[in-house]
Design a protein around this ligand. Sequence first.
Ligand SMILES: C[S@@+](CC[C@H](N)C(=O)[O-])C[C@H]1O[C@@H](n2cnc3c(N)ncnc32)[C@H](O)[C@@H]1O
Length: 278
Amino acid sequence: MAAVSTDPADYWQRPGLTGRILEALAAAGKDVDHLTVDDLAASDQFHGGGRPATLALASLAGLDQPTDQPRRVLDVGGGLGGPARTLASRFGCLVTVVDLTESYVEAARELTARVGLADRVTHLVGDALRLDDPALGLERGSFDLVWTQNAGMNIADKEALYAGFHRMLRPGGTLTFQEPMAGTNSPPHYPLMWAADPSLSFLRSPTEMRALVAAAGFDEQAWELVTESAAGANAPPAPPHAIQRLIMGDHLTAVQAAGRRNLDEDRISTVHAVFTRR
Ligand SMILES: C[S@@+](CC[C@H](N)C(=O)[O-])C[C@H]1O[C@@H](n2cnc3c(N)ncnc32)[C@H](O)[C@@H]1O
């Protein structure tokens, strides 16, 4: 029997993803030689709730408030870069995206270049648990905002994850996240979007997460349960160029069925939160 990998990059990796995204966008009638950030929304926002969730989280974090200088943002587990390009194009942020999965980073770079944002959004292959790896070249305390959306579910050592976020932020900087957490009932039904079985899913309850983030050196500013909108209970069916469909293929039907059961039985919750670094 083949060994089951517990490396999240193996789980997410999709060789040739860039070409498949561009083909799907072309088939959906987009001009791939003149793409806009809006054209990409279905194909690059890889989290429950899509682009509306990104905009809601940005608003919760106050990104719609003017600043003298562009905000320096670190997007951890930023995937294909949809949230990063939104923060750059809508709010003028300078975004560094770190993601473990090479094929996503490759696709992210191509999409960022095609929408003309390469001067504002940088994509790096790296591990959220090793943000101060010298190879990444990230300076401690140099970011105004750490942003992370649906990326911590694969990571067991959340204490180390949030300690790393703390190191990267300047004092008074902002931590903003959308994070799937355990529901009132457990375990969740599988397959989840981020794990075919329990070996890759590490969820803690909202109560545990709140305490953990505070203990990592953050003061809570906002905490909202967004489980229903993140589960997309009332969302239209994903079009062929939806990133969930491109990544999961035929498997998406089983993922969506489990997702509906998890929502009905309160087995997963999703939180939008904003914290300030002490
Ligand atoms: C569901 S996708 C979310 C992508 C993006 N945040 C978004 O909302 O569009 C989860 C991402 O987390 C990344 N990821 C998982 N574990 C990681 C780790 N240890 N370090 C960096 N990225 C990780 C995966 O490669 C994947 O791109």
